[in-house]
Ligand binder design. Structure first.
Ligand code: PLP
Length: 380
């Protein structure tokens, strides 16, 4: 293990301790194709079913389709209805979705569909009433994220789904749960949410595996056709290794939920205590946000400049979504009404239970030094 302090857990997470033994078992004797008919393959099919049940148990889902990532799950739902009708329809999403939701809706607009982008309120959240006000008779789908990946704001997705269905019971509701999955409790069985997305690499499993949870009555038209895997919804030989590690990580998180959550809260708290007296520090994240994501601004220091100077000192943070980090303008900051030096000075620090309170305090101390140094340079 190196000496870096990794504080970019919203971008991806270190695989959980049990991953190595699952990978080893897979390479040795769990590599059979689960669709084959001999005993070893039937055993794989049984394991696959059990792994999927474990993954579903995290949100009490009735059904799941395993995909390659959160991006694929989101694309699958958003383009699902659009491929079904010749008549243009209406969609609602938020202005601060992750690019893999936002860009799908931009594409639907290009194809002639109508899309309404709802803005977050002053509390950083999407209000159920604001969404319900936009629902029309022809609204096919509403997609609102569970936890915002830049600020950690937690949306009341069940409340929004119910408000939407009150206006139009036929409108389907999807939530991108990539940053919320497991970390923020969500019970799909009790909710009015039809589709919920998760991604394995955000919860200490491997890249290349995602999930699309759906209720038994949620319609879905497959667009990857072939051997009929995933109940005909997504053909292609299953990524049994990725799924087993995903299930292992979910099982580990669920059985240690209170411990991991309290470790994250402690890591965040000690970080906050070490930076709050840096002059002009502004916490952008809402106080009731998800504990693992913290957005902070140090006005007078550009976020990217701070990120690079911290990187040379072994601290890994980000200025926002890793997928959009190369884009100059931050659409999420615009949606939140943040501009000027406040917006330019924003960095995102994201935690996991692998972080200790000691190391996050140390990282905070180094941030203090770098912020004060960079501000001095700026004023010269
Ligand atoms: N949605 C949100 C909110 C995310 O934060 C991310 C990744 O950062 C994604 C979707 C994309 O997930 P994946 O990397 O599995 O495609």
């Amino acid at each position: 293990m190196d000496n870096t302090i990794y504080l970019d857990n919203a971008a991806t997470t270190r695989p959980f301790e049990g991953a190595e033994s699952i990978i080893k078992r897979h390479l040795e004797n769990e590599w059979n194709n689960p669709s084959a008919l001999y005993t070893a393959a039937v055993e794989q099919e049984r394991r696959l079913k059990k792994d999927k049940e474990t993954i579903m148990s995290a949100v009490r889902a009735e059904n799941v389709i395993i995909t390659s990532c959160g991006t694929e799950s989101n694309n699958t739902v958003i383009f699902n209805g659009a491929r079904r009708t010749g008549k243009p329809r209406h969609y609602i999403t938020s202005a601060y979705e992750h690019a893999c939701v936002y860009e799908c809706f931009r594409e639907l607009e290009q194809r002639g569909e109508k899309v309404t982008f709802v803005r977050p309120g002053p509390d950083g959240k999407i209000s159920p009433a604001d969404v319900a006000r936009e629902v029309r008779e022809d609204t096919a789908l509403v997609s609102i994220m569970h936890v915002n990946n830049e600020t950690g704001a937690v949306n009341d997705i069940d409340g929004i789904a119910r408000a939407v269905k009150k206006v139009n019971p036929g409108t389907l509701f999807h939530s991108d749960g990539v940053q919320g999955f497991i970390k923020v409790p969500f019970d799909m069985k009790k909710s009015a949410v039809d589709y919920y997305t998760a991604s394995a690499h955000k919860v200490h499993a491997l890249k290349g595996t995602g999930a699309l949870f759906l209720s038994l009555k949620s319609p879905l038209k497959p667009y990857i056709l072939g051997g009929g895997q995933e109940n005909g919804m997504r053909s292609g030989t299953e990524n049994t290794l990725g799924i087993s590690v995903f299930a292992g990580a979910v099982g580990d998180y669920l059985s240690n939920y209170d411990l991991y959550t309290s470790m994250i809260v402690k890591a965040r708290q000690s970080f906050l205590e070490s930076i709050l007296d840096i002059p002009d520090t502004v916490v952008i994240s809402p106080s009731d946000g998800a504990p693992h994501i913290l957005s902070v601004s140090f006005p007078g220091v550009r976020g990217e400049v701070l990120l690079h100077s911290l990187s040379t000192r072994g601290i890994e943070i980000s200025v926002g979504s890793a997928c959009s980090s190369k884009k100059r303008k931050n659409r999420v900051h615009d949606a939140l009404g943040l501009s000027g030096e406040l917006a330019e000075g924003i960095v995102r620090i994201s935690f996991s239970h692998f972080n200790t309170a000691e190391e996050t305090a140390e990282a905070g101390g180094i941030i203090r030094e770098e912020v004060l140094k960079l501000r001095r340079f700026r004023r010269l």
